[in-house]
Structures are given as structure tokens and as C-alpha cells.
Design a protein around this ligand. Sequence first.
Ligand SMILES: C[S@@+](CC[C@H](N)C(=O)[O-])C[C@H]1O[C@@H](n2cnc3c(N)ncnc32)[C@H](O)[C@@H]1O
Length: 238
Amino acid sequence: MENKSILQAYPQTGVASTCRSYEEYTAMFNLVGTDWNEGPVLDVAGGASSFTAQLNARGFEAYAADPFYEGLNEDVIAAGHKEIEVSSAKIAAGAAMYDWSFYGSPEQHRKLREHSLTLFAEDFRQDSARTKYYSAALPNLPFESGTFGLIVCSHFLFLYADTFGKQFHEEALTELIRLLRPGGELRIYPLITLKWEECPFISELLGELKGVDLIEFLPTGLPFMPVASPLLRLVKSV
Ligand SMILES: C[S@@+](CC[C@H](N)C(=O)[O-])C[C@H]1O[C@@H](n2cnc3c(N)ncnc32)[C@H](O)[C@@H]1O
């Protein structure tokens, strides 16, 4: 579905804090069959996603970092609920643009997000939450170099390219590579902007990147956006 004559940019001011689920993450990042024991996992720009909660519930070590976690627990959770209202209305209004093969319908899309937010909220209310959910912002994250086996970033880098620009992305990727252990990997999705256009500086940026052995584009298992995007996989040099 790429009839660009009916495509409208996603109407967004500022950065939204959405709450994709573990199921959406594993599909989106093509992580089905991943060995989660390869080292701690970090969800950067995790928002109100339940990915970290659901990985921890499965017995794996996972963390999230996002400036969204600043403030009182209930305020953060309430902001997650508000974003579901706002984004569901926008998606319903533009429903004809989207590929519904994964979600089925706008109603099911909303249900999945509500369930994800419930799981996030349960986890975020725990006394231990602040040892898993770090209020922190790229391009400077409060973790030791070489800590993570896998870092994922869903719907922040590249999507908001018009707001954050090339230099921010360069610094952000350098920071994320610093945090990976040798051989660890970073996956980012999507690589298009809110105008559904390829990020204008991605090729140049990837060409200049240091400290990686492999840069590849893989298909996502979560088709949804009006214009298809692959996911980016980077492997840190050993
Ligand atoms: C669209 S949400 C994505 C949330 C979640 N990853 C998901 O897929 O549902 C984008 C997130 O980026 C976060 N964000 C904004 N600026 C950031 C920064 N400088 N570093 C890290 N995260 C940031 C926002 O707070 C927001 O939660």
C-alpha cells in the first residue's frame, strides 16, 4: 500500500510516549528465536512499553532508559494512558493508510497497547522499578561501557530526524555502540520519518560510523506503516 497521493504525515508535536508490547517488539525487531541470555538487554526510548517488564518476567535481565520516566510513577502511567487515547484517535482517522495485516484492526491495535500499558504499569509501580527504568536521555546514558548484549530502539531514532538532526543521531549511535559489549548488537526501527520518508542522512551517517563490524538492513515482522521500512542491525566490533 504505497499510494503516496493519499499519504499524510503522522500529526505529531513533540515526542510521543507510546507503549508497544513484547509481541510487537519481537516482531518489529525480528527477534523471534533470540537467545536472551547473550547479555543484558536495554530498551532505549522505551516509553511505556512492556518489553522490559515482559523480558524480566521471563527471567532475563532487561532495562529501559527514557527521559519519560522522570516524575511520579502515577503521572508517568497516566501519560501513557493519555497517549493511547491520542494516538488511537489519530490512527483511526488515518486508518486507510496503514497495513493492518499484523494488528487486524484499529480496535485490536488499541487493545494490544492497553494490555502492554497494564503490564508496564504493574512493573513500574514496584519498589524496584527505578533500578530497571532509568530516567535518562540520549546522547548520554548512565551505563558503563560494554554493558549490553542487545540494545533496541523503537520509534525514536530516525523517526524524529526532522527534530533531532544528524549530529544528535551521530552522538546517539556512538553512545549506544559504547554501551554494547564486543559482538553485541543494536537494532533500530523504523528508519523513516513521520513524513514517511527515508531519513535523509542515514546513509552518510552509517558510512561514518566507527567501531562496528557489521551494518545490515533486515525485514521487519511488523508491517504497519504506510511506507515499508527495514530495521537496522549493527554489530559492535570484537
Ligand atoms: C514514540 S515513543 C516510543 C516508545 C516505545 N519505544 C515504543 O515503541 O512504544 C518515543 C520515546 O522517545 C523518548 N525520548 C525522547 N527524547 C529522548 C532522548 N533524547 N533519549 C531517549 N529517549 C527519548 C520519549 O520520551 C518517548 O517515550
